[in-house]
Design a protein around this ligand. Structure first.
Ligand code: SAM
Length: 360
């Protein structure tokens, strides 16, 4: 059984747990209408690999975004997100991740609150480098009336479930230390067996993995498995995708914490806070494995769901407003229709090529 079979099982269990609600279900996706704070309480523990979500910002006070003007004080807003954080910690897989959008004004408060349950890994600055004429209020704004720098960025807090509230404690770090101790190998021996020497200190890699400062590559993890199983004291080791937090970037894509994705240009029916598909794909691609389950508790236009489906992930989109929910359902259906058409064209092309080959 592979890790993907487990993800299918988890996805089906989630489907069952929300079957009493208004749900639109398609292949690999589930759109749910309602208050996400209540709905996520029925999601089974440790079943979600990525929470990618964009709550109302509270500080922007936009009347066209449900929830943006609901809170009388910053504390009320932070406590509200705090109730989500409790549930997010429960439903995330221990090797999962969370990305939460917020305003630059609220970001530090939210980070402090989140750090009770999560290790904050990055505070990403999304700069929205739009061309003149497409940059919203930035040009229209009366510059000499400003009394602080014009806030032209948004923030994305990237975090992982914390173990013992310690920045460098990770699920894998604890797991590896426990398994190595059971195997009877010392840190030095495991380093020798995996060939993962630190540049400065000989036991570097293993001690960095065990303190959570670093995560092994797939090749290194395979060597760890061999070394531990060969001791005969450990019978089974989990799949890489079940213990290691997904994170993969490279020199060809943005790997810093400053992101320059242009914001979504206005079009008829655009959601007022719609995030660029490309940016959501960047997050999903770097922080999940194929078939992982991605949850968005404030789905809006449904772009997180579409980005997830494009990348062969499973997705759950929860939205409170019926009009947005219906739009998400339509977008998902359109996505599958396009895919079906593409597959049909490809299969006709293939059939034609085969018949040409047969005639020749
Ligand atoms: C900032 S927008 C998200 C936009 C989205 N990221 C996109 O790309 O389109 C927040 C969304 O959360 C929805 N919302 C507000 N409170 C909610 C709640 N309690 N449960 C579910 N959705 C909620 C709003 O209706 C709004 O569509």
């Amino acid at each position: 059984m592979s890790y993907t079979t487990e993800r299918v099982k988890d996805f089906n269990n989630i489907k069952k747990s929300v079957s009493h609600l208004k749900v639109s279900s398609a292949q690999n996706s589930l759109a749910i209408l309602g208050d996400s704070l209540e709905i996520i309480k029925s999601i089974p523990s440790n079943s979600i690999s990525l929470i990618l979500t964009d709550p109302p910002y509270h500080s922007t006070k936009k009347k066209n975004i449900t929830g943006d003007t609901d809170f009388n004080s910053d504390k009320e807003f932070i406590d509200w997100i705090g109730s989500y954080a409790e549930e997010w910690h429960r439903i995330l897989r221990p090797n999962g991740s969370i990305y939460m959008f917020c305003s630059s004004q609220m970001s530090s408060h939210l980070e402090v609150m989140l750090s009770q349950k999560f290790n904050i890994l990055s505070n990403i600055v999304w700069t929205k480098p739009n061309e003149p004429g497409f940059d919203g209020w930035k040009q229209k704004m009366k510059k000499d009336s400003l009394r602080q720098w014009y806030p032209h960025s948004e923030r994305i807090i990237f975090a992982a479930p914390a173990i013992e509230g310690n920045l460098h404690r990770s699920y894998f770090a604890n797991f590896l230390r426990e398994q190595r101790k059971i195997s009877g190998l010392s840190g030095h021996q495991l380093t020798e067996l995996t060939g993962a020497y630190g540049k400065i200190n000989h036991g570097g890699a293993v001690s960095n993995w065990e303190t959570g400062r670093n995560i092994p590559s797939r090749e290194q993890y395979n060597k760890i498995i061999d070394a531990l199983l060969n001791t005969g004291k450990i019978k089974l080791m989990p799949y890489y995708e079940d213990v290691i937090r997904a994170f993969s970037v490279n020199e060809h894509i943005e790997f810093t914490d400053i992101w320059n994705f242009p914001s979504v240009r206005s079009y008829q029916g655009k959601h007022p806070a719609e995030k660029p598909l490309e940016m959501l794909e960047h997050i999903i691609q770097s922080s999940t494995f194929n078939d992982d389950i991605v949850l968005d508790c404030f789905a809006g236009s449904g772009s997180t769901a579409i980005a997830s489906l494009k990348l062969n992930r499973k997705t759950i989109a929860i939205e409170l407003e019926e009009s947005h929910f219906l739009n998400i359902t339509k977008r998902i259906k359109y996505f599958h229709d396009q895919e079906d058409q593409f597959c049909m064209k490809e299969s006709i092309k293939l059939q034609n090529e085969c018949s040409l080959f047969q005639t020749a």
